[in-house]
Design a protein around this ligand. Structure first.
Ligand code: SF4
Length: 314
């Protein structure tokens, strides 16, 4: 399938079927921790990149194939809300199924009333907020020209006022960058003004191809939880795990997932082994096949090997 990947499993969204609406990589930001690599050319103009009916058709097929998914999640190769027509897609998906719909977004376009409007029917929206100050926003998120921190915050505040669903803000905690007490206190002040239902603290557990980013220490993570918990509920999600069982074409399913984010070798091996109970050599055969395609390579991050897609250098 061209637009669908997973289901992938995570603490936040259980079994989630991913829908990617964008050509890689289309983003308004160029985050230092981005798993997709550098934003070579910013995209800030919203477009219907692919025909909406074609995407809806794939969602319909995927729902028939994967029974019992917990969420349908719009997420993908960049900033999700750049897809003009996502509101129509959400409305159509809701006619097809009672499975709730989540949207993962960096939130940079929420200052636009039409963007907020398109999200109103989603059951959960997960925007990013990594900084409590303009300076840190520029350092971490590195937005396109014309987008600034105040716009980002104003968009989040306005959206919270209009949106009745679950607003779960994602905070990427980066060791040595936004994990000091001062940075966390600034963040807490802004979060208080936004008033989300919850904050999901996430960590740079996967390699960022462009720049080395570091995991915060246990002590800093606990400090972040303590400081942010003064203003909102904070969850520290366990790392998600892959579920490849039921994938009609294993190599294809793995390619779909790895091309969207790096996957830890251990996690991939476990997921493949679960597909072939009792055939212990099958996982290494599939991984050999993956290497033979020339599309993947193994890189190391925090001492762990990860599968990533080969950089085309475009
Ligand atoms: S917003 Fe997401 S896709 Fe865009 S640069 Fe940041 S991490 Fe990457």
């Amino acid at each position: 399938m061209k637009y669908i990947f997973g289901p992938v499993s995570s603490k936040r969204l259980g079994q989630s079927l991913g829908v990617d609406l964008l050509p890689p990589k289309s983003c308004t930001w160029n985050c230092v921790y981005c798993q997709l690599g550098k934003t070579r050319k910013f995209v800030t103009e919203r477009q219907e990149f692919f025909p909406r009916e074609e995407i809806l058709g794939e969602i319909r097929e995927a729902l028939a194939l994967h029974k019992g998914v917990d969420w349908i999640t719009f997420v993908g190769s960049g900033e999700t809300m750049l897809y003009k027509g996502i509101g129509w897609l959400i409305a159509e998906v809701k006619k097809l199924t009672t499975t709730p719909v989540a949207v993962i977004t960096n939130g940079s376009l929420l200052y636009l009333p039409e963007v907020r409007e398109e999200l109103l029917q989603a059951d959960a929206v997960l925007p990013s907020l990594n900084a409590g100050s303009e300076a840190l926003h520029v350092q971490i998120d590195r937005p396109a020209a014309g987008l600034n921190y105040q716009q980002h915050i104003d968009g989040l505040v306005a959206f919270r006022r209009e949106y009745k669903g679950r607003l779960w803000i994602e905070v990427m905690l980066l060791g040595g960058i936004n994990d000091s007490d001062a940075a966390l206190r600034d963040l807490a002040t802004v979060l208080k003004a936004i008033n989300p239902d919850m904050v999901h603290l996430v960590l740079p557990t996967r390699p960022a191809p462009e720049q080395e980013v570091h995991l915060p220490s246990e002590e800093r993570i606990e400090r972040a939880i303590a400081i942010l918990s003064e203003v909102t509920t904070v969850v520290h999600p366990l790392k998600g795990s892959m579920d490849l069982k039921g994938a009609p074409d294993l190599l294809h399913a793995v390619t779909d997932i790895v091309s969207r984010h790096p996957v830890q070798q251990r996690e991939l091996q476990k997921a493949i082994e679960e597909c072939f109970a009792g055939e212990s050599d099958k996982a290494s055969a599939v991984m050999q096949q993956m290497l033979a395609t020339g599309r993947f390579k193994l890189v190391e991050h925090n001492g762990e090997p990860y599968w990533v897609i080969q950089d085309s250098g475009e």
